[in-house]
Write a protein that binds this ligand. Structure first.
Ligand code: C5P
Length: 295
């Protein structure tokens, strides 16, 4: 993670990894734009123009030539990814809205063109389109797919009893760095140990190489995470890290059985709100057949 830039963002080099926890996003023609949100944490998602999916609709409309080519749309979102959890759920909703509206409006944008619109909506939206495992640069929007064997990784996610705001976590990182002994501005670089581990496809090596520069900031704002991370490692995780800007903690297990054991023990340890098992990598945004017209 680099220093805060003049535009307020932090230049970074990161590895994105898409997991099997997904949202369902539907777009239907409507007189005017709107959004309905149901599911996990729906009451905490804005239902106005601040909604990331609606911002994506507006950005795509501007890119394809305005309201004549891109009339009103109602977006419905079924959430499974907790809100403000560090898992880019809002970015996934935005990516879903872009793909759905591109279909609905017959806009014909290709993946690269959609990616350019996605980058304007949020730093992680481009990856939510692409999925898989990818190296992100810039704000996170410049992506290179990571070449790696077809390993399925088994993760356990510990959802926290609370939320963290991404800008606040970045601001806490800036404060920690400004006050730290090693004050200065590290230039971001690709983590060679992690890339080697990913190329090997060996979960043990990947587990050892997991790290997140935002973790100390997330833990400073949400001290209970220290206990959650320690508990997962004590219970046999191959590695642990705060996901994104937190407060979700992600634990890597060696296989599906170990992941199940870990999930059961972690939820019994009382160090988080709830636990889910997921796998990765998975594709990014995919188009499902319309249940109303599918035979
Ligand atoms: O791009 P997005 O709107 O998702 O970013 C949310 C906030 O996270 C930004 O306003 C900024 O404070 C912070 N951020 C950052 N550096 C990045 C990505 C996000 O500082 N590379």
């Amino acid at each position: 993670m680099g220093p805060r830039r003049a535009d307020g963002y932090h230049g970074l080099v990161t590895v994105f990894h898409a997991i099997s926890l997904f949202e369902e996003v539907t777009a239907e023609s409507a007189d005017q734009d709107g959004v309905t949100v149901t599911g996990e944490g729906a009451d905490r998602v804005p239902a106005d123009q601040d909604n990331l999916a609606l911002r994506a609709v507006t950005a795509l409309r501007a890119a394809v030539g305005g309201a004549a080519r891109a009339p009103g749309v109602h977006i419905s979102i079924t959430k499974r990814i907790p809100v403000a959890a560090g898992l880019a759920g809002g970015s996934a909703d935005a990516a879903g809205a872009l793909v759905a509206c591109n279909e609905l409006w017959h806009s014909g944008l290709d993946q690269q063109q959609l990616g350019a619109v996605a980058a304007k909506v949020g730093s992680d939206v481009t990856f939510a389109l692409l999925g898989g495992t990818a190296v992100g640069r810039g704000r996170g929007e410049r992506l290179t797919p990571a070449l790696a064997p077809a390993t399925a990784y088994h993760w356990v996610l510990a959802f926290a009893d609370g939320q963290l705001s991404t800008p606040e976590v970045y601001a806490a990182l800036d404060r920690l760095r400004a006050s730290g002994a090693k004050a200065g501005h590290p230039e971001p670089s690709l983590d060679a140990a992690l890339m080697t581990a990913l190329r090997s496809g060996d979960a043990t090596r990947v587990g050892r190489a997991l790290s997140n520069d935002l973790q100390p900031a997330a833990v400073a704002l949400f001290p209970a995470l220290r206990k959650t991370l320690a508990a997962g490692l004590e219970l046999g995780a191959l590695g642990a890290l705060v996901a994104g800007s937190g407060p979700t903690c992600a634990f890597l297990a060696s296989n599906a059985d170990r992941a199940l054991d870990l999930a059961v023990s972690l939820s019994g340890a009382g160090v988080c709100r709830s636990v889910v098992r997921v796998t990765g990598p998975v594709p990014g945004t995919v188009i499902l057949p319309d249940p109303k017209t599918a035979k």
